[in-house]
Design a protein around this ligand. Structure first.
Ligand code: SF4
Ligand code: SF4
Length: 364
């Protein structure tokens, strides 16, 4: 039995003996109504495998992968049980047994070969966006933004300049933070990757991180794996909110938008006020869903769910978009590039916060 399963045994057991108090909270269980995919059902699978009361088979492997790591169940749990990390750890046993769902296995294989989940050579993308003039902040966009949304990186650089906080893409951005290894349960490989990344970052005193998933990985997951960063890490919204007094005195756009609290930024890092401060300067009106901040819903992009259960992931995003705003005319705004892509896949009009800030500062 793997050490990771043993380390998280108390978490599995806590859920196994719970009368499913957070049954309503899991976005995956709501999108794919099945008791075995509820928080309780998934953790019971972990408990039974860990205590060797059931074999690790394909059904158990599927259940262990049906989690975005959104932490919403922990919010409503009296024990604040850490379900996401426990399920991610259990995925390690599926790697050992050759029972990973296909999407997770191919992600891991691509990462092992290319050191990022896209199989792309990132150094060229980074070099194309290196600063020509002096910069105040080193930007770490995250490989997802570099590969999937390079225009978003340009938006960041332009908005930062207009806020009096010029940024350049840090050379170290040609490496992935390692989150896919963590989410795939390849935890020995993750620890090794994190240590190498910390070493590569050691000459950068301060890093501004666009993707909240990368920021959470640096700030919370690395320390949980015993990896210490010498670099001070801030999120992009933190830096921009600090510089809001220096933003152009442009009137807000005459638009109504809905705001989605991304899980890694909100529940993960407690950053609820900074994106709202930016958004309320940029547009005339902001609407929100019934559940916000610590209780806010999930967009389905984490935990490799878009790769292991793509239809369920899109349904999670569709439901969250409808929760933020049922109106097809009102766009959902989020500070997480992965969440925005999920809303787009769900057919919802959506903007990255920084793209909206660019339009505001340009008065377009
Ligand atoms: S996370 Fe908490 S509330 Fe939910 S099933 Fe586990 S112990 Fe119960
Ligand atoms: S972390 Fe999120 S997706 Fe995972 S079991 Fe809890 S509520 Fe469900």
């Amino acid at each position: 039995m793997s050490d990771a399963l043993l380390r998280h045994a108390p978490a599995y057991t806590t859920c196994a003996y719970c009368p499913k108090m957070c049954r309503f909270a899991c976005p995956v269980a709501e999108a794919a109504p099945s008791e075995s995919l509820s928080t309780w059902g998934k953790m019971v699978a972990g408990h039974l495998v860990q205590t060797q009361q059931r074999p690790l088979d394909e059904d158990a492997a599927r259940a262990l992968h049906a989690c975005t790591g959104c932490m919403r169940c922990s919010t409503f749990c009296k024990h604040e049980n850490q379900v996401g990390p426990a399920l991610f750890a259990a995925r390690g046993a599926t790697v050992e047994a050759g029972l990973q769902p296909r999407g997770a296995a191919t992600t891991l294989a691509t990462f092992t070969q290319s050191q990022n989940p896209f199989g792309r050579e990132l150094a060229t993308l980074v070099a194309a966006r290196r600063a020509l003039g002096p910069v105040k902040f080193q930007l770490f966009p995250g490989c997802s933004a570099l590969v999937k949304a390079p225009a978003l990186v340009d938006d960041v650089l332009e908005v930062a300049r207009r806020f009096g906080a010029p940024m350049g893409v840090a050379r170290v951005s040609s490496r992935c933070c390692g989150y896919p290894l963590y989410a795939a349960g390849a935890h020995d490989a993750f620890r090794e990757h994190a240590a190498a990344m910390a070493d590569a970052m050691s000459h950068v005193p301060e890093l501004t991180v666009l993707d909240p998933g990368c920021a959470l990985t640096f700030l919370k997951v690395y320390p949980a794996f015993g990896v210490k960063l010498q670099t001070r890490v801030h999120t992009l919204v933190e830096v921009l909110a600090d510089h809001l007094p220096h933003a152009p005195a442009t009137p807000p756009l005459d638009e109504v938008v809905g705001y989605h609290d991304a899980c890694h930024l909100g529940r993960g890092l407690g950053q609820y006020d900074q994106p709202r401060a930016l958004l309320h300067r940029a547009v005339r009106q902001v609407t929100e869903g019934a559940s916000v901040r610590r209780e806010g819903g999930c967009a389905g992009g984490g935990g490799l769910l878009p790769r292991t259960m793509p239809d369920v992931a899109v349904e999670v995003a569709r439901r969250q978009a409808a929760e933020v705003t049922p109106s097809p005319d009102v766009a959902v705004v989020t500070a997480c590039p992965t969440s925005r892509r999920m809303f787009e896949r769900a057919g919802k009009k959506s903007y990255d916060l920084v793209t909206l800030l660019r339009r505001w500062t340009e008065g377009t």
